[in-house]
Design a protein around this ligand. Structure first.
Ligand code: GLP
Length: 241
């Protein structure tokens, strides 16, 4: 595990963006696993800024997002489809057919999960998986549980996750109760994982995830088993290490 700490948000975003860009430059047909949430917003902004300088292209890249809410219209500003469009996809040359996000409105959600896994399988291994970290240690929407699921599946969101994400909605009642998420098995199969965490409110969970016991109660602790994990932290998130 390679942990790097940054004293400014700008430097952290630049370092994360450079890892993503470096992956595309060395592997033009890269398969990227993408994340949402507040953490990657500045990273995507930096990737777009660099893209606009014309040094690389997403033409042959494929992307797979970690998760999507169930039963939220795609056009809803807080759907992860809208998030990805406004923060990244609308600003780069990635063909739409190569962007994959689970469909939380599919008539048959179990079939949607199966076909999402099939699409990942067909694309080959994920070269680089970008991850944020939930306050309860979730990755994607893999919530703390007695047992975790390998592939894409439907999850009931933990109350604390809904509370954390209520800041993006008008009220907590509007935060969906379920989501589709890639499983930890798929996440751990990525060739390289880039975990990015910001903020003092995540210092405790960063410590548990990176230095605590490996347990399904802290899904991110499973990342300790990954052979190629890069962790980028701001000084506040690294405060308890
Ligand atoms: C969200 C997402 C995760 C994200 C995490 C942290 O609910 N499903 O993929 O990493 O929670 O989000 P944030 O970066 O906003 O703290």
């Amino acid at each position: 595990m390679n942990i790097l700490t940054f004293d400014s948000d700008a430097k952290l975003n630049e370092a994360a963006a450079n890892i993503i860009i470096g992956q595309i430059q060395t592997t033009p047909r890269a398969v990227l696993g993408l994340a949402t949430g507040g953490t990657p917003v500045g990273i995507y902004k930096q990737v777009v800024k660099e893209f606009e300088r014309g040094m690389f292209s997403f033409r042959n890249v494929s992307t797979f997002n970690l998760d999507e809410y169930v039963n939220i219209p795609v056009e809803h500003p807080e759907s992860y489809h809208s998030y990805m469009k406004s923060n990244l996809f609308a600003h780069i040359d990635l063909p739409e057919a190569q962007c994959h996000i689970p469909d939380g409105n599919a008539a048959d959600l179990t079939e949607e999960c199966r076909s999402y896994d099939e699409a990942i399988e067909l694309a080959g291994q994920i070269d680089l998986q970008l991850l944020g970290l939930g306050h309860n240690g979730h990755i994607g929407f893999n919530e703390p549980a007695h047992a975790l699921t390998k592939g894409t599946h439907i999850v009931e969101l933990a109350q604390e996750t809904r509370e954390a994400n209520a800041r993006f909605f008008d009220s907590i009642d509007q935060v969906p109760k379920q989501a589709l998420t890639m499983g930890v098995g798929t996440i751990l199969k990525a060739k390289k994982i880039l975990l990015v965490v910001k903020g003092a409110d995540k210092a405790d969970i960063v410590k548990s995830a990176l230095q605590g016991p490996i347990t399904t109660d802290v899904p991110a602790s499973l990342l300790q088993t990954h052979p190629n994990l890069i962790v980028l932290l701001d000084s506040a998130a690294a405060g308890k290490l």
